[in-house]
Ligand binder design. Structure first.
Ligand code: GLN
Length: 489
């Protein structure tokens, strides 16, 4: 079984349940692929821990107590705290930190039987769109190592695309699951805000942060999402009190008569022609599958950029105050008193983008500017959410590009943070509204780089998104294509 790393989560789960392969064999194959840390995708690997979990899975498979995903490997974005692996959130300020507990999402996937392969590189505190903000070096895009993998879940997307892991977790505050999935040619879904517990997910912007799965196909994402989501009312006050759902149940539903809303604002000047062509191709496939395209408008799409880049930094400036050198990770060596220790620790520990956001956030919240910036942004956020509800009167799902372009080259935007912010334009609206959104491979654009189609659903309509994505994947093979990369063994 030398091609275990090419198999889907679904196929691996079934081979494990029928004992055609063992969890140790599967884990060993992926650990071999991960050797030398291709693309700098991982931040922590500990083969002893992984193999011990795999051995425990084999025992459960043998004695009939196996979970539905028993023995299937998964790797976690380094924003989820883990007991058995280090957690840094891509920041120097958390170097050497080890959590005393597992995040709920990590724990739930363990309960389903998944074996942890390690922790994945990401932008520092999930702030970024290219993975160039990691304190531990950027991740390469497996399709072209001179290009970024997207961000902030760049390690997650690269690992799945390169066959280093069959699936990964990501977090999405303003696009961090969807955009790297699009840039690396894989599938990713951000569920409705509140579906997955944020407990143990290092907070960036708490009113926006959501966890979700990244894998090759919608079918695999459905399996992981069902295991990840569920009420966690005692530990996350924004967790939704809803029963767990089997997101695989309706994957094969017919799309006959499905109304797909096409927001005109997603197809304006900023959209690159190659991305547009791939997205148009996917929309034509949907028409062949019986769906109807309906023109709609999301009139405040452009405003989502300033609104997000006020609200997210505001929340970040508060959330990141807990990193002061006292409780976690890095502490400055020489200091004169407590305040000096805080200042030096934070000056040394945080990278430039994180500092920029803390300063922006403190500014927009400060007395005298609060009404002009933060309060205005909150009001427009509500209007953006209302715009979606108006649109959903005319359509069932919304489709468009995930990002205006394919993955860019390293360094292209490095000295221009605003260029990265602008590239988030199509993912921010759904985040601000708390709606589920996903990225589905839709073809290839400039430089042979993957292009993702974004699907946005109404609240709690993840099953409908996964159904639409799965049907497209039955009709196309973009999600099955793999980069050429050289890996061991
Ligand atoms: N690119 C956006 C940002 O930098 C989104 C990141 C995310 O979703 N975590 O904030």
């Amino acid at each position: 079984m030398s091609d275990l790393h090419n198999l889907s989560v679904k196929a691996l789960a079934s081979l494990l349940q029928t004992k055609e392969v063992s969890a140790v064999e599967v884990a060993t194959r992926f650990l071999a692929r991960m050797g030398g840390n291709p693309h700098n995708a991982f931040l922590d690997i500990d083969s002893e821990v992984t193999l011990a979990q795999a051995r425990a899975s084999d025992v459960k498979l043998a004695n009939g107590t196996a979970g539905p995903l028993e023995g299937v490997p998964v790797a976690h974005k380094d924003v989820f705290v883990t007991r058995d692996f280090a957690t840094t959130a891509g920041s120097k300020i958390l170097s050497g930190y080890r959590s005393p507990f597992d995040a709920t999402v990590v724990q739930r996937l363990r309960t389903a039987g998944m074996v942890t392969l390690g922790k994945l590189n990401c932008d520092e505190f999930a702030m970024g769109s290219a993975n160039e903000n990691s304190a531990y070096g950027p991740v390469q895009n497996p399709w072209d190592t001179a290009r970024v993998p997207g961000g902030s879940s760049g390690g997650s997307a690269a690992a799945v695309a390169a066959g280093l892991a069959p699936a990964a977790t990501g977090t999405d505050t303003g696009g961090s699951i969807r955009q790297p999935a699009s840039f690396c040619g894989i599938t990713g879904i951000k569920p409705t805000y509140g579906r997955a517990s944020r407990y143990g997910m290092i907070a960036y912007a708490s009113s926006l942060d959501q966890a979700g799965p990244m894998a090759r196909s919608a079918e695999d994402c459905a399996l992981l999402l069902s295991a990840m989501c569920g009420a966690d009312l005692d530990r996350d006050s924004t967790s939704l009190d809803m029963p767990t759902e089997d997101f695989s149940a309706s994957l094969n539903n017919s799309l006959e008569g499905l109304r797909i809303g096409i927001p005109k604002e997603f197809f304006g000047e900023g959209l690159h022609a190659d991305v547009r062509a791939a997205v148009d191709g996917a929309l034509r496939e949907y028409e062949k599958l019986g769906a109807k395209l309906v023109p709609i408008s999301l009139p405040r799409t452009e405003l989502s950029i300033p609104v997000y880049y006020i609200i997210a930094p505001a929340e970040a400036s508060s959330n990141l105050s807990r990193f002061d050198g006292v409780k976690f990770g890095h502490r400055a060596k020489d200091y004169t008193d407590l305040v000096d220790m805080y200042k030096k620790t934070r000056a040394e520990g945080f990278g430039n983008e994180v500092k920029r956001r803390i300063m922006t956030g403190a500014y927009v919240l400060s007395h005298g500017y609060y009404d002009a910036y933060y309060l205005q942004a909150q009001k427009i956020r509500r209007m953006i959410a209302d715009d979606f509800q108006n649109a959903f009167k005319e359509c069932d799902v919304i489709a468009g590009p995930v990002a205006p372009s394919v993955a860019w080259k390293f360094g292209e935007n490095a000295n221009d943070p605003v260029a990265d912010y602008l590239a988030d334009i199509f993912t921010l609206p759904a985040s601000l509204a708390g709606l589920p959104g996903m990225s589905v491979p839709a073809g290839f654009g400039a430089g042979g780089m993957p292009v993702g189609l974004q699907l946005i659903g109404n609240y709690f309509k993840e099953a409908q998104l996964l159904n639409a994505a799965h049907r497209l994947q039955q009709a196309t093979d973009f999600h099955l294509q793999k980069p050429a990369g050289v890996y061991t063994p």
